[in-house]
Design a protein around this ligand. Structure first.
Ligand code: ACO
Length: 431
């Protein structure tokens, strides 16, 4: 790993015990104190609820600078990748460290294409979920069930693991599309090997009823959206995937857990919550002030969805790309979506309001993506599934990196206990 140890160590004194901590410096000059021996040498732990200031690993996949709004993957700026690459190229870059050359690209896309099917037993499994199930719950549990189809309950060989990666990238969109169609009483559609990744997903969702020209426009937008979702270093779901994997659980168990983490409205589920919020505003005749007032009220749990981020203290660069995607998608489709105007007005008011300005709250990636999915005819309850399709590449890249990490250990945080002190057992009849 490309990490330098600074000459001067950090000095710590606690409870009369002194310790020197190594100071480590990353490629982009991020600095960390190595606290691994902190408890051994001082008896003290580092308390950091929500891990806001805890580095859980050294990683070479993605760099973020939340103050400056910078994001790059393996050294390539996200905006350049989104402007020039397909999603599968970026997935390859995240996992292998370099953009694929033409041969590697052909092999990789062929592997994904050849695994783009759902076998009869998998289809049968999908047919047994209650029709009302949320698509994220179906996706998470079907991914976990893939262990039964392809895994050997853990301890995969490296070849198996590579194939697991391909299967997850290839089958996730098809599982999502199957669930979408089944809920609407429509039959499963087989993938079309002549189509690219995003276009195939749209074909599997909407069949030939979606005219080719519109499908192409949507696929161009979707490839970009998948790319901006693809990785975001140690976010909640990626950390979950790494954590589950640290117990040597199999890849499907780890990814299933990641899907569960992404589902929450404070994380990937925010894209669905944003549209609910914008529709709520529309229902109230565009009363933006009321929503802003609620978001600022400390006694109200309501938050401005799609705003704020643990890392970004400036405009989320992914939100800027998503906004451009929305603009050209709507223009190319010839669609007028009034929610865009509501979103832009809301953004303008929030960015001028002292509450949001003083807390550095800006639109995040989820603020505009839902509008793009809505314009494509993808139902709200599937928005986080769309996020999952992109983030799958990042999760798998982190799993690959984690498995190769010589410093990997089971993830096991500590705590400060705040319960009852030790006391005598009381028999049932005496309680
Ligand atoms: N609306 C209103 N107030 C907010 C918002 C918001 N969206 N986000 C943060 N704040 C306020 C907090 O109440 C807090 O105020 P205080 O200092 O007066 O107590 C302050 O800003 C700091 O916020 P934290 O909650 O400490 O920030 P944290 O890093 O823990 O949370 C999070 C980040 C979860 C993203 C938060 O901003 C939020 O809930 N946003 C809305 C949900 C959302 O859009 N999630 C998607 C994030 S992107 C992604 O995961 C893909």
């Amino acid at each position: 790993m490309n990490i330098k140890k600074q000459e001067a160590a950090a000095h710590l004194e606690v409870n009369g015990k002194k310790m020197d901590l190594d100071v480590l410096c990353g490629v982009e000059n991020e600095v960390a104190m190595d606290g691994l021996q902190l408890r051994n040498q001082t008896g003290v732990i580092n308390l950091d609820p929500g891990y806001g200031n805890t580095g859980s690993c050294v990683s070479s996949i993605t760099f973020l600078n939340g103050e400056k709004g910078v994001i790059h993957h393996r050294g390539y700026e996200l905006k350049d990748l989104a402007a020039n690459c397909s999603f599968l190229e970026v997935a390859y870059l995240l996992m292998k460290g370099e953009l694929p050359n033409p041969d590697q690209h052909r092999q990789w896309t062929e592997l994904v294409r050849d695994n783009s099917y759902l076998g009869p037993s998998l289809q049968e499994l999908l047919n047994h979920y209650p029709v009302k199930s949320h698509p994220m719950s179906v996706l998470a549990s079907v991914v976990l069930s893939l262990t039964g189809f392809y895994g050997d309950l853990g301890h995969e060989t490296y070849y198996q693991f590579d194939m697991d990666v391909v299967r997850l990238i290839a089958k996730t969109p098809l599982i999502a599309a199957h669930n979408f169609r089944r809920k609407r009483g429509m039959n499963y559609i087989y993938a079309d090997p002549s189509l690219g990744y995003a276009e195939n997903f749209l074909h599997s969702m909407f069949s030939k009823r979606l005219p080719k020209e519109r499908r192409k426009i949507m696929a161009t937008a979707l490839e970009k959206l998948l790319i901006i979702h693809a990785d975001h270093e140690q976010n909640c779901s990626t950390s979950t995937v790494r954590m589950i994997s640290s117990s040597d659980a199999n890849v499907y168990a780890a990814i299933g857990g990641g899907i569960g983490a992404l589902w929450g409205p404070l994380h990937g589920g925010a894209n669905e919550a944003v549209i609910n919020m914008l529709e709520y505003i529309k229902m109230r005749d565009g009363d933006l002030e009321a929503v802003i007032k609620r978001a600022k009220d400390k006694d109200d749990p309501f938050k401005l969805m799609g705003f704020g981020h643990r890392v970004y203290k400036t405009y989320d660069p992914r939100a800027a790309i998503a906004k451009e995607v929305v603009d050209s998608l709507l223009k190319d489709l010839g669609v007028d979506e009034p929610l865009v105007d509501t979103a832009m007005e809301l953004e303008k008011i929030a960015l001028e309001d002292d509450y949001f300005v003083s807390r550095n709250l800006y639109p995040n990636v989820d603020f505009y993506t839902g509008i793009a999915y809505k314009a494509m005819g993808i139902p709200k309850e599937m928005f986080t599934v769309m996020f999952t399709m992109g983030r799958m590449a990042g999760w798998l890249a982190h799993l690959l990196e984690f498995r190769e990490d010589e410093n990997r250990r089971i993830c096991r945080p500590r705590q400060i206990y705040a319960g009852k002190p030790i006391r005598e057992y009381v028999k049932m009849e005496d309680r």
